[in-house]
Design a protein around this ligand. Structure first.
Ligand SMILES: [Mg+2]
Length: 376
């Protein structure tokens, strides 16, 4: 029996509410006080453990309660008793065992990869095609309704070497968005600027506002309208020469196929929490590249554990050329869960070369932030 032929014997799930330092407003909703995540720990019969995180957002992908139930009730029985090496089969079963719940499936995949890495000594990227890059440029999102606080954040991240920001727009009035863009362009010329509406514009106002903000020459304008408004996305794309990105419109490879066929975007935000596994996230990026579209590594409201999973996915995916936005552990959470801090240096995420995901959560902090706990 090879080491990876060990059976999976432990499946533990926790629901955590992790405190954050400020409010974040996005087009579709707000995060304040805490962000809620679900942690999964798999144990193999030899004692090795692998960790994964589901990072749902109730207005975006789904609720933490749904992620918890998907793991605890529906994904547990198809995982326990399987061999660690059965990853592809487990994930294939998981895809159709419970509808949606992409964050729960991403957590399961991350935990399987971490477990494989802990057993073999390989970093998770080694199971995803190998390492293409050592570092990933970091984008930090500007989303505080208190713009003075964001000015201080802009000064801080500039000093830290960050050179990409994403301005969250469409959660208040248009004048506020224009005012912030004028101030950022005037006072922070070092930054490459991206704009993300998070579906915040109504169909009747979208064309005018997208054309207005395009005059500030952002790198791209992301998801101005509702996810299902494919026709309107295509019209907006055709109306401006600034690239239009799809985020909420594209979850997995199935959406990517339709988005490419209908020409709704110039690029896509790739997130493991949307695609439902690290490999499916790679599929989305590769499909985008095959259609001549760009891709960047997005995230949800995550702790460092999910950031690590996304980091390994991007490290092994050449098609993701626009960096990542794994900024929460460094600039948003009051306290992260990882025993060893998520590594960001000079505005770049550093890809870990240690076994598995390269980090595990601290058990005391899990106890501190657990609102619902259950051991197998
Ligand atoms: Mg987005």
């Amino acid at each position: 029996m090879s080491d990876l032929d060990q059976k999976i014997t432990g499946f533990d799930v926790w629901h955590l509410a992790v405190p954050v330092t400020s409010r974040r407003d996005h087009g579709i909703g707000t995060v304040e006080a805490t962000c809620e995540v679900i942690l999964l720990r798999l144990t193999a019969e030899g004692g090795a453990q692998g960790w994964g995180e589901a990072s749902p957002w109730v207005v975006f992908t789904g609720s933490p309660e749904a992620s918890f139930a998907a793991l605890d009730r529906y994904l547990r029985p198809l995982t326990l008793g399987r061999r660690v090496s059965d990853r592809a089969a487990i994930l294939s079963d998981a895809l159709y065992a419970v509808a949606h719940a992409s964050e729960a499936k991403a957590a399961l995949d991350a935990a399987l990869l971490d477990l494989m890495g802990q057993i073999t000594g390989q970093p998770a990227y080694g199971f995803l095609g190998g390492k293409y890059r050592d570092t990933i440029p970091l984008s930090v999102s500007i989303a505080n309704p208190d713009f003075d606080a964001d000015i201080r954040l802009l000064q801080r991240i500039r000093d830290d070497g960050v050179r990409i920001i994403k301005l969250k727009t469409g959660f208040r009035d248009h004048a506020f968005d224009i005012l912030r863009l004028e101030r950022i362009r005037a006072d922070f010329p070092e930054f490459s600027v991206r704009i993300d509406y998070n579906q915040g514009l109504s169909p009747d106002e979208a064309m005018t506002r997208v054309r207005d903000v395009a005059q500030f020459r952002p790198d791209f304008i992301e998801q101005p309208v509702r996810a299902h408004h494919y026709g309107l996305m295509r019209q907006l794309r055709e109306a401006t020469d600034v690239p239009l990105l799809a985020d909420e419109s594209v979850y997995g490879p199935e959406d990517m196929a339709r988005a490419a066929a209908e020409g709704i975007c110039d690029g896509v935000s790739v997130k493991i929490m949307k695609s439902g596994s690290l490999s499916r996230a790679q599929d989305v990026a590769n499909m985008a590249a095959a259609h001549g579209l760009t891709a960047y590594g997005g995230d949800m409201f995550e702790t460092g554990l999910a950031h690590l999973a996304g980091t390994h996915m991007i490290a092994a995916t050449p098609a993701i050329t626009l960096g990542c936005e794994f900024y929460q552990t460094t600039y948003f959470l009051a306290e992260d869960l990882l025993e060893t801090p998520f590594k960001v240096e000079n505005g770049h995420v550093v890809v870990p070369d240690t076994p598995g995901l390269g980090g595990r959560p601290d058990m005391d902090r899990i106890a501190k932030y657990s609102s619902i706990g259950r051991a197998a």
